[in-house]
Design a protein around this ligand. Structure first.
Ligand code: BG6
Length: 522
């Protein structure tokens, strides 16, 4: 892969959790892989004053916290001499490229200092005019920062491109997202705006497109004629941790469904794009979102279930309930679990139910899409009802990334007894390949100007439009319960009722792709 052109990266919120946990390690991994520009510098901003030296120390510490596997791969490459000696991939040299500037992003006057500071950096490192601004800040600054940058002419591409990565959540509902969009487009062009949804940066999510469109065997079955229903789960074992105040204003629907889960739905359901370019893929994605059958406020009771975790003993320790978490209202109605049933009204999917669910403090951390194929029209093997859970294709996004096909096979011996067996592929079998972190891919793409895996404004708006009635009903209709569920369980039992056919249930995934069941090893 080619290295991007030289640039300066400006990270607003440079001392924040996201910057330290995701952005810095991703930049470092790209650096080790020789995928950063030949010349680049990072300018981080924050409210508190620290010296460049102290800041570099913080970044180095964050890199030390990188996943063992990633650090291993990075170190290995350095030792094997694979990395360009000139760029010298070691974290000491890497952090030398970091500079810190303290200013309050909410104060317009502060931005006047930025052009001169960037000019100084540009000269020091002989870098041209390309700048990538990363807004790793609270959402209420998403319009403030771009407007002020534009006032300083920092959106002007005369001397090099200017791009901006905006973190989620993009808006709070349809109206606020639309307003934010309009405000941004007053001073920036759509092709300068990169709205991030880190799920699109995950290898395994992109592989959904490859599985579907590079194989002749799946696509003919991928429609209402053969698919019974589609199930998507994204479960987490963690609670809200230190993010109580953010989460109180968000909840699972805004935090996970509006973006990550709907994108998974989009990739599973989209039509083949005319080519693998940004416009074609994003056109197909938005068509899926626009075909989502609207959920009326009367239907919300039946088709959307919300829950909130309560305190429980889990694996020998006591886990607090959501309402006991820091910065959470003791009478909070915010959902930490959401499950939805809906339809996509188009020719491919007409009549096929989609079930999606997400939650915090569930038994295991898993994200996967399950395509449940229709059973055979006639059960030939009498005495054996249909083989339970047969004919599922499971696309595992994380962990134990891979693909599993379940189908029925004859149990050896007399008669015709059918047993459910697995055929599976695990990414871990590709021993030589490291799965890059989502942020690596996304940062690289943005530096190269490729927006395929970033969200276009029409998709964001269509996703909000679909969810707005649910958000409204959950906010205004107190007769819709927030079901409590003990930490460490699969969410409220009521979510089972979404699946109307009594013989069907959600899949209860285990950590290992090939296993499932309520009592699997966690
Ligand atoms: C983030 C949400 O976007 O995604 C978090 O804000 C959530 O609440 C996280 O924990 C999950 O991401 P991943 O990659 O760990 O599945």
């Amino acid at each position: 892969m080619e290295r991007p052109d030289n640039l300066i990266i400006v990270i607003f919120g440079g001392r924040g959790d996201l910057a330290m946990r995701k952005i810095m390690p991703a930049l470092y991994a790209l650096y080790v892989e020789n995928l950063m520009p030949e010349k680049f510098a990072v300018v981080a901003t924050g409210r508190t004053g620290v010296t460049d030296i102290a800041y570099r120390g913080e970044v180095k510490k964050a890199l030390d916290g990188m996943a063992e596997a990633d650090r291993g791969a990075a170190d290995e490459k350095v030792h094997a001499g694979i990395v360009d000696e000139k760029s010298g991939a070691n974290s000491d040299k890497f952090v030398e490229l970091f500079h810190y500037i303290d200013f309050d992003t909410s104060v317009a006057g502060e931005y006047k200092r930025l052009p001169d500071f960037l000019e100084m950096i540009r000269q020091k490192f002989s870098i041209g005019g390309n700048i990538l601004f990363y807004l790793s800040v609270p959402p209420d600054l998403y319009d403030v920062i771009p407007r002020n940058l534009a006032l300083q002419g920092l959106n002007n591409e005369g001397d090099g491109w200017k791009r901006m990565i905006i973190e989620k959540p993009f808006g709070y509902d349809y109206t606020s997202a639309e307003k934010l969009n309009r405000t941004l487009l007053e001073t920036w062009n759509e092709n300068q705006i990169f709205r991030i949804d880190h799920y699109l940066g995950k290898e395994t999510v992109q592989n959904i497109l490859v599985t579907r469109f590079s194989n002749g065997i799946f696509e003919p079955l991928w429609n209402r004629n053969y698919v019974h229903h589609v199930e998507i789960t994204s479960s987490e074992t963690l609670g809200v941790e230190m993010r109580g105040s953010y989460y109180e204003g968000s909840g699972a629907l805004r935090d996970m469904v509006q973006n990550h889960l709907l994108h998974l739905v989009g990739f599973v359901a989209m039509e083949p794009p005319s080519s693998i370019d940004s416009t074609s893929i994003r056109n197909e994605l938005v068509k899926v979102f626009e075909s989502l059958r609207p959920i009326s406020s009367e239907e919300v009771h039946r088709t959307a279930i919300r829950g909130q975790y309560t305190g429980a003993h889990v694996r020998g320790g006591w886990l607090k309930g959501y309402r006991e978490e820091a910065n959470v209202d003791t009478a909070s109605m915010t959902e930490t679990f959401a499950a939805l049933k809906f339809y996509i009204d188009n020719w491919r999917w007409g009549g096929v139910p989609f079930y999606i669910r997400t939650g915090k403090r569930l038994p295991t951390r898993v994200t996967e899409a399950v395509i449940h194929f229709k059973p055979t029209p006639h059960y030939l093997f009498s005495g054996e009802s249909l083989c339970d859970g047969c004919n599922q294709l499971i696309i595992r996004i994380q962990p134990d990334e891979g693909i599993l096909l379940k189908f029925g096979m004859k149990i050896p011996g007399a008669g015709f007894k059918v047993k459910n067996v697995n055929m599976d592929f695990h990414y871990s079998d590709l021993a030589a390949e490291r799965i890059p972190e989502a942020y690596e891919r996304l940062l690289y793409d943005c530096m190269k100007g490729d927006s395929t895996l970033y969200t276009r404004s029409d998709a964001v708006l269509a996703a909000w439009k679909f969810l707005d009635p649910v958000l409204e009903a959950w906010k205004n209709d107190s007769s819709i319960p927030v079901y409590g569920y003990p930490a460490g369980t699969w969410g409220p039992e009521k979510a089972d009722d979404l699946i109307e056919e009594p013989e069907l249930t959600w899949r209860y995934p285990c950590k290992n792709l090939a296993e499932d069941g309520v009592y699997c090893e966690l």
